[in-house]
Design a protein around this ligand. Structure first.
Ligand SMILES: *Cc1c(COP(=O)(O)O)cnc(C)c1O
Length: 400
């Protein structure tokens, strides 16, 4: 395998950032097309800049975040954290006892690595389920996590969501972390709605996580909206207070510039724009189907999984010496290097999905003609076919 460890993933990411820098310097930002769907928007106003101080900023922006955050997610109290992963870590540190269980339900594996990793870090046990048939809650459980929409944009059904909440609420928390809290005998439910807070609600017309009975929800202000890469949490006040205290102790909370960016991103958020940008995806799929079998629609664009990509290449009679993920990484690096097209497999954090997703809700997607995108995908695939039987060359493309 070419990309095997977290360190390999880091090296790949650093190489991608170097390539991006090169493109910006030689060809300009507009020759770069970020279709990750993670825009890192920072829509600050001029007057905001003077207020980004350590203690002045929070006094203003945190208050605004309470108001606009509740409007977006519901809940009694809001907490801004550095990333969605930080919110998940802070929650697990605050609410989970060592040796107890964290139970995770998601519509389809794999889960986001921050959930099992945080659980392991504090010495608790982790079980994950992607179907109701197998789902159960061991006696010694301190936290239930539901993923509303996965990294690959698989969305939970509302029936599954309600069933997990129902099962959880029928159970008791036998050894709660805080016996003096008002609902000490309940097992809290946290929803990882990183993209789901917008995807589930706007595109799938589902109620918010809080409306469905969750105690806590975390979303990424970077996904399907123009905010910075940060995490926005909401939920029951006494739970948020515990999590906030942990977040402060370990430096996981969002800093004033991020909080300001989240506020402006939420102010700017318009569901109409999201719906409009999706009209193109069916057309894109039709164009690609002339050449491929493996592309599928996602709620916000199209994707091809590493396994489907492998079949595309095998079907063309080419012998494959790479792992499925490595093929996907190689294609992503060709897309970046030759066409300035940014996707998650090239720039993602270690553990991010290797699925190649082209997100049409991304703001750069508006400036890229559909015919150009089809042309880019077709010709970069030809480049991939030329190197895929040569692992050394692929390794070079990924790391150098
Ligand atoms: C993106 C995502 C995360 C993590 O977001 P970060 O900003 O990388 O911390 C967690 N869970 C799911 C389901 C995601 O899609």
């Amino acid at each position: 395998m070419i990309v095997e460890t977290n360190i390999d993933e880091l090296k790949k990411r650093e190489n991608s950032l170097k390539i991006i820098k090169g493109i910006i310097h030689s060809r300009g930002r507009n020759q770069l097309h970020d279709l990750t769907g993670l825009s890192g928007g920072f829509l600050l106003k001029k007057e905001d800049l003077n207020l980004l101080e350590t203690y002045v900023g929070p006094a203003l922006f945190e208050d605004q975040l309470q108001l606009i955050g509740k409007k977006h997610l519901g809940g009694e109290k809001i907490l801004g954290v550095n990333r969605t992963s930080s919110g998940i870590l802070a929650t697990i540190m605050a609410l989970v006892r060592p040796d107890s269980y964290v139970i995770h339900y998601l519509p389809q594996l794999p889960s986001h690595p921050s959930i099992p990793r945080s659980t392991k870090l504090i010495g608790a046990n982790y079980l994950e389920f992607d179907n109701l048939k197998d789902f159960y809650i061991p006696d010694n459980t301190s936290l239930i996590v539901i993923t509303g929409s996965t990294m690959d944009h698989q969305v939970i059904t509302i029936e599954e969501f309600k069933e997990i909440i129902k099962i959880t609420k029928s159970r008791k928390n036998h050894d709660p972390i805080d016996k003096y809290s008002q609902t000490y005998d309940e097992i809290p439910v946290m929803v990882d709605d990183a993209s789901g807070a917008r995807l589930r609600t706007i595109i799938f017309n589902q109620p918010s996580a809080i409306e469905l009975g969750a105690d806590l929800v975390v979303t990424s202000t970077d996904k399907l909206m123009d905010g910075p890469r940060g995490g926005l949490m909401a939920g029951k006040k006494y739970l948020i207070n515990k999590i906030k205290s942990k977040a402060h102790q370990f430096g996981l909370e969002a800093q004033p510039p991020m909080v300001a960016g989240m506020v402006r991103g939420l102010e700017n958020f318009n569901p109409e724009n999201l719906l409009k940008s999706l009209e193109k995806k069916q057309k894109l799929l039709e164009c690609l189907n002339k050449n491929f079998n493996g592309f599928e629609l996602t709620p916000t664009g199209i994707m091809i999984t590493p396994e489907a990509l492998n079949s595309e290449i095998e079907n063309r009679g080419i012998k494959i010496l790479l792992s499925d993920n490595d093929i996907s990484f190689t294609w992503a690096m060709i897309l970046l290097r030759e066409y300035g097209l940014v996707t998650i497999p090239s720039v993602g954090m270690p553990g991010a999905s290797a699925t190649l997703r082209f997100d049409l809700a991304a703001s750069d997607a508006k400036n890229l003609k559909l015919s150009n995108l089809v042309e880019i995908i077709n010709s970069s695939f030809e480049s991939l076919l030329n190197v895929v039987d040569n692992p050394e060359k692929c390794q070079d493309i990924i790391f150098n």
